[in-house]
Design a protein. Structure first.
Length: 303
């Protein structure tokens, strides 16, 4: 079935998926006293992303065995997630973590957050901790605002800082996602004084009423700032909009990735073939089907 995730068993040394996400819209509705921004967004997973596999260690050491350019091992969310879970579960075991990094860093498609969530989900099972999904989501939030939705595991309407999640049924769709050769640091976008921080609060009903239309609902409030600071993002939006229509194109998250929503995979592949002829050097892209569930959703511990 279109949009269905492939169920894989969680086992030592098996490759496990860490899918990308896109934000179908993203409104900034306020700011808390602690500086965190209040958001409303819809998260959707797609069937393209990173992969991880895990090898057990009996000595309690948590180690990343893959080099990730620009990310020190102790700073990597995969290592931090494993050590956090190890402490939470009072687990004496360790792990070697191998990461097949396919998603761009600073791309707004949740690569690091998705990796961290797959670590939490997988090691919760492999270490025999059996923590409930809600506890894993809470641990994920301490690592980053986007981690909880990957543990939640379903398309979701999000409030708060992105952690208040309600499951959502979405119509089938495919996506062309373009990374325009720049890495956008999320803190820089949220710190910008020109960022819109007072968008009107909407409801799931507002979104659902528009979800089956050709145009995407709402907007991404971070987009204007990202375009001003990183013109490549605006170039990607303009290029795809000229081919797919402006209502079908949007930046995901805080950028830099831009996506075009298409009716099906063939339409997305056709759009990639036509548009990629005009991509500057350094641009990359992928075509993906929207997922209804995270590939590991049904293997995450329930209450």
């Amino acid at each position: 079935m279109a949009g269905a995730a492939v169920t894989r068993d969680i086992a030592w040394r098996a490759w496990l998926d860490a899918p990308a996400k896109i934000n179908l819209f993203l409104h900034v509705t306020g700011r808390r006293t602690d500086g965190y921004h209040l958001l409303q967004t819809v998260f959707r997973f797609v069937d393209h992303g990173d992969r991880l596999r895990f090898t057990p260690r009996a000595d309690g050491i948590v180690r990343r065995t893959t080099e990730v350019p620009g990310v020190a091992e102790q700073d990597d969310l995969v290592v931090r997630a494993a050590r956090l879970l190890q402490r939470e579960g009072n687990c004496p075991l360790g792990v070697d973590i191998e990461l097949d990094k396919r998603l761009p860093m600073g791309g707004g498609v949740g690569g690091g957050s998705s990796d961290a969530a797959t670590v939490l989900i997988a090691l919760n099972r492999l270490w025999g901790l059996h923590l409930p999904r809600e506890r894993l989501q809470a641990l994920g939030l301490s690592l980053g605002a986007d981690v909880p939705v990957f543990v939640f595991g379903r398309s979701a309407f999000a409030d708060g800082v992105g952690e208040v999640l309600q499951p959502l049924e979405l119509p089938p769709a495919a996506y062309l996602v373009v990374a325009p050769g720049v890495s956008v640091p999320t803190p820089r976008i949220f710190a910008d004084p020109e960022l819109t921080r007072n968008s009107e609060v909407c409801t799931i009903a507002d979104f659902s009423a528009a979800a089956h239309g050709a145009a995407l609902f709402g907007r991404n409030d971070l987009e204007a700032v990202a375009i001003r600071l990183y013109p490549e993002v605006g170039h990607a939006i303009a290029l795809l909009s000229a081919l797919a229509g402006p209502g079908a194109v949007r930046m995901s998250g805080s950028g830099a990735c831009v996506f075009a929503q298409c009716a099906d995979l063939q339409a997305a592949q056709d759009l990639m073939k036509v548009s990629s002829a005009s991509w500057p050097a350094g641009w990359r892209g992928f075509v993906a089907q929207g997922l209804d569930e995270h590939p590991l959703y049904r293997m995450t511990a329930q209450v």
